[in-house]
Write a protein that binds this ligand. Structure first.
Ligand code: PLP
Length: 455
């Protein structure tokens, strides 16, 4: 199936550029204090931000934040935004959530970290084992860290060098996965990576079991690392049978399988792995479970856990698999994780989130139809988005065709000027636990007004 590139026929580029220009002026007019804060910050932080990514994500000058409450945050100029990006899904509970605040405050007062376990670690691991159906768990600070450790463990167990990932991937700032396909050759995607860091990564098209079978048959692949549905190039859903086929092939060829649910654990109770009855060797969860507190975790099968236990990297003993970091698995992170699992990410909360997601996707589809746009809406749990074609993509390459940066950036700044913070370019708007139906409807109204302004 080929997806038409419909953009040139549908969107008047000159009109879009003119709108972008006037909205940029309005954005700057609304944010003088942020502009001054940026000037000051440039003196001591590259690009004037604490993490340069913050300056690269948005094609508007950075705004500096005062505070947030529920689904809203307010910048230092007093502009209030209804957030549909949720810090790239790390704030799914909304800002200033009372349960998270209480758990983190209580634990910070009792000691944030000890380099020794608290009992919350057992409780959280029990909850995760029951919910995610993998028996053993380890904790890190970010999904990048978790994926790094999973790759390391898989290489150790299989004694093989290579990993397979799929086009449209993002698995964090890891040398092996910051790569792209260049006419069948894997090359580094970003600067500053070790020479040869791309050499052991194979990139295949998502949903292509034949290609996977050919590559795994060589016998040198330690791990297949994939999201259950790809969510960093819009949304690519698996074909029926793709996951079953991938599991059968990986088992047949002695390759381990990791499902990276850094985003998608929020898309269903127990993540898409539970929803779709997947049977991976590892599952990675990230984004602080949507709490905003830095932590991530990965589950593993009993067989993998046996190997990890037997190959401890002791400080004074034999060297084993290098896992862990000083503040990984901290008392603070585990106290928040416990609160998240027990009190917030409940089946009822997930059902409500999915309802809001459905409302968002239905509303976008109705808006496209109303304007005779041959587009459709992405939909995966609470996540939606703008698919600029009548059929949904099946591969990363097809998914990227809806990444029309000119359109996305114009929409973002238009929406921001009307008090709505839209998603990063590679994602779509997503509902949070803090949103109401009225919030979703407000998003839809403003996005419809944007479409009217450019058509
Ligand atoms: C699927 C997936 N894996 C891993 C990561 C990396 O997460 P982090 O930035 O917390 O390391 C991301 C981040 O967006 C992601 O989407």
């Amino acid at each position: 199936m080929t997806i038409n590139r419909l953009k040139p026929t549908v969107i008047d580029r000159e009109r879009l550029a003119a709108l972008r220009q006037s909205e940029d002026v309005a954005f700057r007019d609304r944010t003088p204090k942020s502009a001054a804060a940026h000037e000051r910050a440039r003196a001591h932080m590259p690009n004037g931000v604490p993490m340069t990514w913050m300056a690269g994500l948005w094609r508007t000058p950075p705004i500096y934040i005062d505070s947030g409450a529920g689904p809203y945050f307010t910048d230092i100029d007093g502009n209030r935004y209804l957030d549909f990006n949720l810090c790239d899904l790390s704030m799914t509970v909304g800002y200033g959530n009372a349960v998270v605040a209480e758990a983190s405050d209580r634990q910070a007062r009792r000691g944030a970290t000890f380099l020794a376990p608290t009992e919350d670690a057992s409780v959280v691991s029990e909850h995760l084992a029951a919910r995610m159906r993998l028996a053993f768990w380890q904790y890190t600070l970010s999904a990048s860290d978790s994926n790094t450790e999973v790759i390391r463990i898989a290489r150790f167990i299989t004694r093989r060098p290579k990993i397979v990932i799929f086009g449209g991937h993002y698995h964090g700032h890891i040398e092996e996965t910051l790569v792209r396909d260049d006419h069948g050759r894997t090359v580094a995607e970003t600067a500053g990576l070790s020479p040869g860091s791309a050499a052991h990564t194979i990139i295949l098209p998502f949903n292509d079991l034949d290609a996977l079978a050919r590559v795994l048959a060589v016998g040198d692949v330690a791990l297949v690392l994939t999201e259950p549905a790809m969510t960093n190039c819009n949304v690519i859903l698996p074909d029926p049978g793709f996951h079953e086929g991938m599991r059968a092939l990986t088992r047949r060829h002695g390759t381990l399988l990791c499902i990276d649910e850094a985003h998608t654990f929020q898309f269903a109770y127990g993540g898409l792995s539970r929803e779709w009855a997947l049977e991976p060797d590892f599952i990675v969860l990230g984004k602080g479970l949507g709490s905003g507190i830095a932590f991530s975790m990965y589950g593993m099968s009993e067989a993998v856990a046996l190997s990890v236990s037997a190959n401890l990297d002791g400080d004074a003993g034999p060297r084993g698999i290098a896992l862990g970091g000083t503040t990984y698995g901290s008392a603070l992170a585990l106290a928040v994780a416990r609160a998240m699992l027990e009190d917030i990410m409940t089946p009822v909360a997930h059902a409500r989130l999915n309802e809001l997601g459905r409302r968002l996707a239905d509303g976008l589809e109705a808006a496209f139809q109303h304007r005779a746009l041959p587009w459709t809406a992405f939909r995966c749990g609470p996540r939606s988005g703008y698919c600029l074609a009548p059929v949904l993509p099946r591969t990363g390459d097809e998914g990227y065709q809806s990444l029309d940066i000119e359109l996305i950036d114009a929409r973002r700044v238009y929406m921001a000027n009307r008090g709505i913070w839209d998603a990063v370019a590679s994602a779509g708007p997503q509902a949070s636990i803090a949103h109401t139906e009225a919030d979703v409807d407000r998003y839809l109204t403003t996005s419809g007004e944007f479409l009217d302004a450019i058509l």
